[in-house]
Design a protein around this ligand. Sequence first.
Ligand code: GLU
Length: 508
Amino acid sequence: MDNIRVRFAPSPTGALHIGGVRTALYNYLLARKTGGTFILRIEDTDQVRYVPGAEDYIIETLRWCGLIPDEGPGFGGNYGPYRQSDRKAIYQEYAQQLLESGHAYYAFDTPEELEAARSAQDNFKYDATTRELMRNSLSMPQTEVQALLDAGVPYVIRLKVPAGEEVLIHDLIRDEVRFQTNELDDKVILKADGMPTYHLANIVDDRLMKITHVIRGEEWLSSTAHHVLLYRAFGWEAEMPRFAHLPLILKPSGKGKLSKRDGVQLGIPVFPLAWQGDTAEESFTGFREAGFLPHAMINFLAMLGWNPGNDQEIFSISELCDAFTLEKIGKAGARFDIDKARWFNQQYIMAMDDTSLAAHVRPYIEAEGHKPDNHFLEAFCGLMKERVTLLPDFWENGYYFFEAVKIFDTATLSKRWKPESREMMLALYAELNELDVFSAADLHTAIDRFLEKRGLKHGDLLPLLRIALAGTMKGPAVFEMMALLGCEESLRRLQTACDTFDSLIAGQ
Ligand code: GLU
């Protein structure tokens, strides 16, 4: 087979839904696996639905995820332009070709006339049974058509769908899918503004860009019937791309298709990046802003509909590229299980080296007004990474490494802080103050010795020490925590505990 060429062809009509990212990913994986080419094509011919900023959003998403196109607007390539609004003349030429070969026709029906036809007949369809009754170049004399064209009367160009034929699609995921042309309408292929519709632009570009595989969401399956008819009309059917329609992404409940409203309702991201719309309802948070790592999100999305055929779940991008095949994509809808996404994120955070992690965590710490040096931040990440799920958790669960404890777990304190505790803490203070090296291992030895001398157990001291240092019973090992906080700060917190815990409990 020729070099595989696939495209991701989003329309810039708003934020790119997470399903779109999965489509881009599967295209990317097939290209990378086969040494093929991954193309980004911006399908912006619908001027009414065009949203400024949406194209930038798409590109920023692909960059964030590491799905860098080989060809596309701003990415180079020999088959451009890759933005459909820059290809208007090409579509007009191809529409003309279909007019000349008799596969398309001019239609002059005004919106009012179309409306009247719809109200006169239930389920009105512009097709072989009705087109003779409408105002078009098939029903009107040639001279009248010419006169209208000469007078500049607005028109659209429609595809002449043949009656009584079958369209058979061999979909790589759904196997054989059949459509009867009698059920299809004469789709508009060129609009009154001279712009093509999705159908014409999509297949002309797939042809001219030498696309070998069309991998897209299931919602486009029904359009494929018209696409095959267009390929037929152009005489290109023998070299049509292969089709693969991806299964739906279902709501977390498993019932119905995931929608952008689910994100708002359930408080979960269903977009890769945050999007600022005109209204609050049209503004959304994203996986990035929720604190997901891009590769964790990609791994999660890869498994939404595809499976490797064994129980491996964690895949690096290059492992995904090796393992990916279209044959292992299922037909059934895939449930958008956000808890699974969180689990992936946790796994990726735990597996990441401290230096890389620190780079991801730094913005969160700086947003709180702290500028730790790299050494400290990396050690912090190392201590915290098994105790977080999302990136903001580093600050949420570990802020006390950067500033004084804000909240003490008084419920635990009131059980553990005994009349003799203050004296014990002060003695510990004195002992630790003598330490030359404040490493976790030295602290461990010193504290064990201290407890032994006094006939005490870990349980008598460590919970109190933990609350003195962090305010909470949760967190990394006490000795590690102290070593990172350093001698001065740890002792200051011990002193604060001695000064305040009595009244803190009394005030409870
Ligand atoms: N422009 C369509 C979309 O927004 C592309 C569908 C296709 O891949 O053919 O998803």
